[in-house]
Design a protein around this ligand. Structure first.
Ligand code: ATP
Ligand code: MG
Length: 570
């Protein structure tokens, strides 16, 4: 399934690409270009499921020399906000796409209204006075046909009069609707006289109080596609049952024949992709906003340090299908590690510092070791890292009593300090509670640069930070937001909130970093050697002295020791 470059044209074909290619071959739309659209409702931030729809719609148009519109599907005034409109545009650009035209379904309200009048005049729509509850009861079920509303056979003139007055605001919310007159016995419930317009005295984020009737999704979407001459309207599978209605409106109105094609929704393990649920997490402050690095939103991934390249490569490789499935979150993480391995600058950072004093190293000496910024990328250059008599290492890199196969520092054991020297642990200092708070070592001056002077081997190489030069930072370590691979599954009497992982955020307040990191900017990404990938958070202050630095852990490195420990049960 994986190709060397998932974005290359060598990517295996799929039924969406085949459909577009076939229409191009048969000149289904004549000389017209391939036109797609991405149609988010501005009722929340984009999540990684949307990234799939974006890559498909923008990607296929691109491939066939066509264009993609960004269209806000803004027909629900109560849930929509300008904040979302702005964030969505920002996130699409970040992901690496730009649209041909910026459109709003609300710009089409006058045209949609005219088309509603046209359907009424043709006897294909009627005003219904049944309540929402009654309409539901009359609709029937999958096994029973629906019943006609007593208002179904109203005369055209009466329908026109009532609909015009609905628009003028003469009736209260919910008192009447406009319905398409199709077939109350259709096996497809969407075709049983679907509602076209409802009365809603609400202020819209763009049209203000101009309208008090709003079109339903089905009466807006296909016609908006048609207005924009969308040739291929690609959306997720839950709209498949709406396709007959999509076609019906277009056929009745005799307008540009846009066509809808469905693909599977992206679902990820340990992740919920539903704006409604994500909004609830934000509103109830279960997370710190839409861009909390634990959120599956594009803004959350960005803040966490994910790259648009990795997200695109992941989405393209996961591919499309005609049935919904679930993708392992580790696949996304794999793509991200791979991408960061190539692009992230290396640095040394100690998350849980333990002081090491090198007794035979001159007290006032400082050496600068020349270190490659990225061994994967010679063009990234080198930097000078200070080394001195007192350094910090990770607490976990020292054990007074080493378990079997533990090759890091322990009394009498020699290890390599990366790019610096071989050191051997000699003695420890403990606090009153018996915890090791300082390790005394000796070093071999002949091992400068971390090279063995006489071919003798050490089994471990460790990162370190010079104590006198270290800068302090807060580090935010993230774990999965949910404890279950299927967080939407809830037990009796519980909600998805009960599946939240109480330990999804751990804050390390006293990490010690090499001094070069003091100059990093929010969004800069690093590999802290042996620890993981990290990204400077915007909560860092720009110019206080000292700067407050906050790093987010994007992903841990694959932890080989944890695997050994688990396997051997030590
Ligand atoms: P949610 O259910 O999270 O609220 P939505 O489908 O209501 O999402 P829209 O703003 O209506 O969100 O979606 C815009 C486009 O993105 C639609 O064409 C929809 O098909 C697509 N889309 C949404 N979620 C996914 C997903 N998980 N996988 C693939 N496409 C998606
Ligand atoms: Mg939707």
């Amino acid at each position: 399934m994986t190709t060397a470059n998932p974005e290359s044209p060598a990517t295996p074909s799929n039924f969406l690409r085949d459909a577009v290619a076939e229409d191009v071959r048969t000149r289904k739309y004549g000389d017209a270009q391939i036109q797609t659209r991405f149609p988010p409702e501005p009722n929340g931030y984009l999540h990684i499921g949307h990234a799939k729809a974006i890559c498909i719609n923008f990607g296929l148009a691109d491939e066939f020399g066509g264009k993609t519109n960004l269209r806000f599907d803004d027909t629900n005034p109560e849930k929509e906000e300008q904040e979302y409109v702005d964030a969505i545009q920002h996130d699409i650009r970040w992901l690496g796409f730009d649209w041909e035209r910026l459109c709003f379904a609300s710009d089409y309200f006058p045209q949609l209204y005219e088309w509603a009048l046209q359907l009424i005049r043709a006897g294909n729509a009627y005003v219904d006075d049944l309540s929402a509850d009654e309409i539901r009861q009359y609709r029937g079920t999958l096994t029973e046909p629906g019943k006609d509303s007593p208002y179904r056979n109203r005369a055209v003139e009466e329908n026109l009069d009532l609909f015009v007055r609905m628009k003028k605001g003469e009736f209260p919310d919910g008192s009447r609707v406009l319905r398409a007159k199709i077939d109350m016995a259709s096996p497809n419930l969407n075709m049983r006289d679907p509602v076209m317009y409802r009365i809603l005295h609400a202020t819209h984020h763009r049209t203000g109080d101009e309208w008090c009737i709003y079109p339903m999704y089905d009466f807006a979407h296909g016609q908006s596609d048609s207005i924009e001459h969308v040739t291929h309207s690609m959306c997720s599978l839950e709209f498949a049952d709406h396709q007959p209605l999509y076609k019906w409106y277009i056929a009745q109105l005799g307008i540009f024949p846009s066509q809808q094609i469905e693909f599977d929704r992206l679902s990820l393990t340990y992740t919920l992709l539903s704006k409604r649920k994500l909004l609830q997490l934000v509103q109830e402050k279960r997370v710190n906003g839409w861009d909390d690095p634990r959120m599956p939103t594009l803004s959350g991934f960005r803040r966490r340090g994910f790259t648009p390249e990795a997200i695109r490569a992941f989405v393209n490789t996961a591919g499309v299908s005609r049935t919904n499935g679930i993708v392992d979150i580790e696949m996304l993480e794999h793509f991200q590690r791979d991408d960061l391995n190539h692009r992230a600058a290396r640095a040394m950072a100690v998350l849980h510092p333990l002081k090491v004093v090198i007794d035979n190293y001159p007290a006032d000496q400082v050496e600068y070791v020349d270190v490659a910024n990225n061994p994967e990328d010679p063009a990234a250059g080198t930097r000078q890292v200070p080394f001195s008599r007192e350094i910090y290492i990770e607490h976990d890199d020292f054990r007074e009593v080493p378990p079997p196969k533990y090759y890091r520092l322990s009394p009498g054991k020699e290890v390599r300090l990366r790019n610096a020297y071989f050191i051997t642990a000699q003695s420890v200092v403990k606090d009153a509670a018996g915890n090791v708070i300082e390790v005394h070592c000796t070093y071999d001056p002949a091992s400068r640069g971390g090279n063995s002077p006489d071919g003798r081997k050490v089994k471990s190489t460790m990162h370190w930070v010079s104590a006198a030069h270290a800068i302090a930072a807060e580090i935010r370590l993230y774990d999965k937001l949910f404890t279950r691979p299927d967080p939407g599954e809830v037990e009796e009497g519980k909600t998805f909130l009960d599946n939240l992982n109480p330990d999804s955020l751990e804050i390390v307040t006293d990490a010690k970093l090499e001094p070069s990191l003091a100059a990093s900017k929010p969004g800069d990404r690093f590999q802290f050697e042996r620890v993981g990938y990290f990204c400077l958070d915007p909560d860092s202050t720009p110019d206080s002295t000292p700067r407050k630095l906050v790093f987010n852990r994007t992903l841990a490195l694959k932890d080989t020791w944890a695997r050994i420990e688990k396997k051997s049960g030590v």
